[in-house]
Design a protein around this ligand. Structure first.
Ligand SMILES: [Zn+2]
Length: 379
């Protein structure tokens, strides 16, 4: 076990600073090797990342695979909405205020994501005090997960860290300080194509990965694959919500392509596909084991001191204009107190790994720092 945690760390850490998810994963959400996702959006991550190689032998073509098994799913009855969920949905956006920037900010009046709700589970291995966000963010997660549950029952979104109750520095992340960031794991399928409890396994260009668990022990490895239809549906449901202004989706390039491909082939709304395409970037380190979602400051919060990072897209500028406010950009300074761990340190802590893990990490190098192919909103 030891090993697994460390490995994760290792990759993640590398990411460092802005990191979002990865660290998250360090926590044992799922003990596996995770990747270095962490770089924060606004912040370039320092460290280097583990290396790896190229495409691997894909066993399955996930891009087009129809994986959701609706049959089983239909039997699955959606849990009745709990009181906690009802309270979340009854909250008013004005109840919470995001202050400052994602990597140097605070949260006032934030609400907690309930431990569970229709179609989702807050990662039980994480600190419940890291489940706070603005009303807008928490509602957005609950609503999007519920859409997936309704349309493709049987899966479950595993939600990682949001922010601390009052925001500020949060362990394992460079951002997630102002209640507008959340990490969610991809919906996953097991080797039989059935939905499974998600783990933070880095996924390769075929959308496949392994939950290595004990990194030194090959006998406990479990192959996993991204559940593209559910993962896309969640994103589509998120982007379809009015009043939810997504600023960024941090995601590794090859999973982005896979999702766009699926969305296009399955006839998803074109404006949503286009929006997704614009919002997604791979930060300094790949988000290949989770998706990091960041919301813009709401127009009301801007007046109270909420600060955004670039880019402020043209459509968002128009929206703000209509609301009579202008976006205000963060200074770019990260709050002190964010601890970064180098890849080297992480590696040192990882302990023994069996050969497949080493090989995967080597392969992973191929997508670790891949530049964005000419996309206008990514650096
Ligand atoms: Zn994150």
């Amino acid at each position: 076990m030891r090993g697994s945690v460390s490995i994760v760390a290792l990759m993640l850490l590398a990411a460092s600073a802005g990191a979002c998810g990865p660290r998250a994963q360090q926590d044992p959400a799922s003990p596996q090797p995770t990747a270095a996702s962490g770089v924060e959006p606004g912040v370039e991550a320092p460290g280097d990342v583990p290396s790896q190689a190229e495409d691997q032998p894909d066993k399955v073509d996930t891009a087009t695979a129809k994986t959701t098994d609706g049959d089983d799913a239909k039997k699955h009855v959606s849990p009745k909405k709990s009181e906690a969920i009802a309270r979340v949905l009854a909250a008013k956006p004005g109840d919470s205020t995001s202050l400052g920037a994602p990597n140097n900010g605070d949260l006032k009046g934030g609400i907690a994501l309930p431990a569970t709700g229709p179609g989702y589970l807050a990662n039980p291995k994480k600190d419940p005090d890291s489940r706070y966000g603005t009303v807008e963010l928490v509602q957005a997660i609950v609503r999007a997960a519920e859409v997936v549950e309704r349309e493709y029952p049987g899966g479950e979104l595993l939600v990682g860290d949001l922010s601390r109750p009052e925001g500020g520095v949060i362990k394992g992340h460079g951002s997630h300080q102002a209640g507008r960031d959340v990490d969610v794991l991809f919906y996953l399928l097991d080797s039989e194509g059935k939905p499974m409890r998600s783990v933070a396994a880095p996924l390769d260009p075929a959308g496949e990965g392994t939950d290595y668990k004990d990194l030194a022990d090959p006998s406990d490895d479990v192959p996993v694959k991204i559940d593209v239809p559910r993962t896309w549906k969640f994103i589509e449901a998120l982007l379809a919500q009015e009043q939810v202004y997504v600023q960024r989706l941090f995601l590794v390039e090859h999973l982005r392509s896979m999702l766009i491909d699926h969305a296009t082939k399955s006839g998803a709304p074109k404006p949503i596909i286009a929006r997704f395409a614009d919002l997604t970037c791979q930060p300094g380190f790949p988000h290949d084991d989770h998706l990091h979602i960041r919301l813009f400051c709401s127009p009301e919060d801007i007046s109270a001191g909420c600060r955004d990072m670039k880019p402020i897209y043209p459509w968002h500028q128009e929206l703000l204009k209509a609301a009579g406010v202008k976006a205000k950009l963060a200074s770019g300074k990260r709050r002190k107190g964010i601890k970064l761990t180098s890849t080297k340190e992480a590696r040192a802590k990882a302990g023994p790994m069996h050969q497949d893990v080493v090989d995967f990490l080597d392969r992973r190098e191929a997508w670790v720092r891949k530049p964005h192919p000419g996309r206008k909103y990514c650096r």
